[in-house]
Write a protein that binds this ligand. Structure first.
Ligand SMILES: NC(=O)c1ccc[n+]([C@@H]2O[C@H](COP(=O)([O-])OP(=O)(O)OC[C@H]3O[C@@H](n4cnc5c(N)ncnc54)[C@H](O)[C@@H]3O)[C@@H](O)[C@H]2O)c1
Length: 294
């Protein structure tokens, strides 16, 4: 017997944003191998071309599309082009996202806005451009938005990211409810991965380096952890796509760690606990505690 993913995603069109690296790249490679036509949408058009070329070389069908999800006109152009060409989209994964290091009050204003524009506005623009077209097409479809375990729990020294991932989770639950008021056959899923090997921390420190030594040490440690303990993006993609195909709302990379994160949040709220003490995280990561907080 085949997997649910083979049954559901062996044909049709999938659009994945931020698909030229990390989780998105794993998703398009896996969906391409299942038989879907994949649209590799990314701000790095050159890398998107190269990922699409690899998928085609392996016998799949792929198209690259360069766009910045924080620009509504780019997203509208993507949706128009894809629907013109294929008539329907069976799977949309809103995956493009960026990180940021620093203490909340030290975050550069432009970086704060950039994180919100890419991580939150970008998802909204994609939903605004794709959902009406998906409803009109009338074909069964799925929308999966990338939040994070950081969208359930709060983690120190990355406030714009955490705020944005809580917002994406809320937006996904709102989308689920609003679509339930229509008869559109569109499934909605919230993806809350733990650690999957990617370039997200390196990209953040390259684009907006923090001047805070603790934040920098935490990001160095998270980057090391991501390389040594993060899941392989293809393995994570197989697991996540199978859960989406089975119709789940909550999609995990690693079931045990992701469920534990959800239980932690549940317990915090029901027991009215304050946020966790970040010094425990720093100690676990081997990051020296800031002066005066030892
Ligand atoms: N890697 C993890 O462990 C992890 C864990 C939880 C959640 N996530 C989420 O998964 C998603 C993918 O992250 P990743 O870790 O694979 O990151 P990554 O940095 O490896 O890949 C992100 C991709 O998005 C593209 N991108 C960035 N800004 C863009 C924009 N404005 N428009 C279009 N494309 C853009 C980048 O060029 C890159 O190819 C993010 O939303 C992230 O928050 C990742």
């Amino acid at each position: 017997m085949g997997s649910a993913a083979q049954e559901r995603f062996s044909e049709g069109t999938a659009v994945v944003t931020g698909a030229a690296a990390g989780i998105g790249e794993g998703l398009v490679r896996h969906l391409g191998s299942l038989g879907m036509t994949v649209v590799v949408a990314d701000i790095d058009a050159g890398r998107a071309e190269s990922v699409a070329g690899d998928i085609e070389a392996a016998g799949g069908r792929a198209e690259a599309f360069g766009l910045d999800v924080s620009r509504s006109e780019d997203v509208e152009a993507l949706a128009a082009a894809v629907f013109d060409r294929h008539g329907s989209v069976e799977l949309l994964v809103n995956n493009a996202g960026i990180e940021s290091a620093g203490l909340l009050w030290e975050i550069d204003e432009a970086r704060w806005h950039r994180v919100m524009q890419v991580n939150v506005d970008g998802v909204f623009y994609c939903l605004k451009a794709f959902v009406p077209r998906m409803i009109d097409a009338g074909t069964p479809a799925c929308i999966a938005n990338l939040s994070s375990v950081g969208g359930l729990n709060c983690v120190a020294v990355q406030s714009p990211y955490i705020v944005s991932k809580h917002a994406v989770l809320a937006m996904t639950e709102c989308l689920y409810q609003d679509l339930s008021l229509t008869d559109a056959p569109i499934q909605v899923s919230a993806v809350i991965p733990h650690s999957v090997r990617s370039e997200i921390f390196l990209a953040a420190q390259r684009e907006a380096p923090s001047t805070n030594p603790t934040a920098n040490a935490v990001f160095d440690a998270m980057q090391r952890d991501n390389v040594t303990k993060g899941m392989d993006p293809l393995v994570a993609a197989e697991h996540m796509i199978e859960q989406i195909a089975q119709g789940h709302f909550w999609i995990h990379s690693d079931d045990e760690i992701c469920s534990a994160a959800a239980r932690r949040r549940g317990a915090q709220l029901t027991e009215l606990r304050p946020p966790s003490d970040p010094r425990e995280m720093l100690t676990r990561m081997g990051v020296p505690l800031p002066e005066g907080r030892r």
